[in-house]
Write a protein that binds this ligand. Structure first.
Ligand SMILES: Cc1ncc(COP(=O)(O)O)c(C=O)c1O
Length: 327
């Protein structure tokens, strides 16, 4: 979600404190989630030419790029030195991974509408803020299991900021590249890969990128309530019996994006996608691991559709009606 370029409400230390309170775990704010991922792998002592890391299939390209700085990504656990445990689109992985684990909660900021606390699966986890909140640029970070470890990483990264001109350029590329920006320009995406590479060279957070983030726990919870209500409504409407294990009603799941499965398969998903296009809603077909298992994944195609807080109720209802018509 792209935010305004107003001044951020909170500075870096205040944002860290707010997120610490939310996750109930020490936080190190960094330039982005992928920066955090690279640092987490380095903290575990993984190196590019010695180690392999077990990653799931269909992982996004930017995450794979981050991994390649510190380890060779592999799709099976046998020879791996560790696991990237990715809770795909917010649906938590259920099986036990190979230690050490970097828990990727980039798509799972909310453990429930009012808390980010959960049963952590590794010593280090990474999060990404623009997936759930508007920001003026890249922003993410690491969660550590002790204050001492957090302080060590913080002091090693805090004075590594890019120059102010570079930060401004990166925010500009970010704002022009992502849908949702009023100034959306597809051409700007040309520079996104280059800007992303800089996230590894300059791990410190860009304070200006925090513009648009919530400034209190109450604001985060208000977002959680909207997302939770939308996810529950969507589940009621579209989750068929065969998917009840994937998305059980009693589990708190506040997905990054809502998965719409069509019994009639890919042609029905393509029809649904064009129906949403006419409403001005961008969506796309992705593969989701409905088994929620890294060891025995079962991928099914679905349309990922939005349900975030910046969408108004009327548009959300229109989207659901359009999907119901094509189901
Ligand atoms: C699963 C996952 N992890 C990590 C990241 C990286 O987060 P960031 O964009 O904050 O670098 C992404 C970004 O798309 C992602 O999809």
């Amino acid at each position: 979600l792209t935010g305004s370029s107003d001044r951020p409400a909170l500075d870096v230390d205040q944002t860290e404190a707010l997120l610490h309170d939310w996750f109930e775990r020490p936080v190190i704010l960094l330039a982005s989630g992928r920066t955090a991922l690279r640092i987490a792998l380095a903290e575990y002592g993984l190196t590019r030419y010695d180690d392999r890391i077990w990653v799931p299939w269909f992982l996004s390209r930017c995450v794979l790029s981050a991994v390649t700085h510190q380890a060779f990504p592999v799709e099976c656990p046998h020879s791996a030195s560790g696991t990237l445990l990715y809770h795909q689109y917010g649906f938590r992985v259920r099986d036990h991974p190979r230690d050490p684990v970097v828990e990727d909660i980039a798509h799972s900021f909310f453990a429930g509408p009012r808390t980010g606390r959960r049963a952590w699966r590794g010593e280090l986890a990474i999060f990404s803020l623009p997936k759930f909140f508007p920001t003026a640029g890249f922003a993410g970070g690491l969660l550590a299991s002790s204050e001492e470890h957090a302080a060590k990483i913080r002091s090693a990264t805090r004075n590594t900021a890019a120059s102010s001109a570079t930060c401004t350029w990166m925010r500009e590329v970010y704002q022009l590249s992502f849908p949702g920006s009023r100034r959306y320009e597809p051409g700007a995406a040309t520079w996104l890969d280059s800007a992303s590479e800089l996230l590894f060279q300059y791990p410190a957070p860009d304070p200006e990128a925090l513009a648009g983030l919530p400034s209190s726990r109450a604001e985060i919870e208000a977002v959680g309530e909207v997302r939770d209500e939308r996810a529950r409504r969507f589940r009621e409407l579209f989750v068929t019996h065969d998917l009840s294990e994937f998305w059980p009603a009693e589990e708190d799941i506040l997905p990054y994006a809502l998965p719409f499965f069509a019994q009639a398969g890919l042609p029905a998903l393509a029809r649904a996608r064009s129906a949403l296009d006419t409403l001005g809603i961008r969506s796309d077909v992705y593969r989701v691991n409905v088994a929620r298992s890294m060891l025995s994944p079962t991928y099914r195609p679905c349309l990922l559709v939005p349900g975030h807080q910046q969408m108004n109720d009327h548009l959300f209802a229109e989207m659901c009606d359009a999907l119901a018509d094509t189901a």
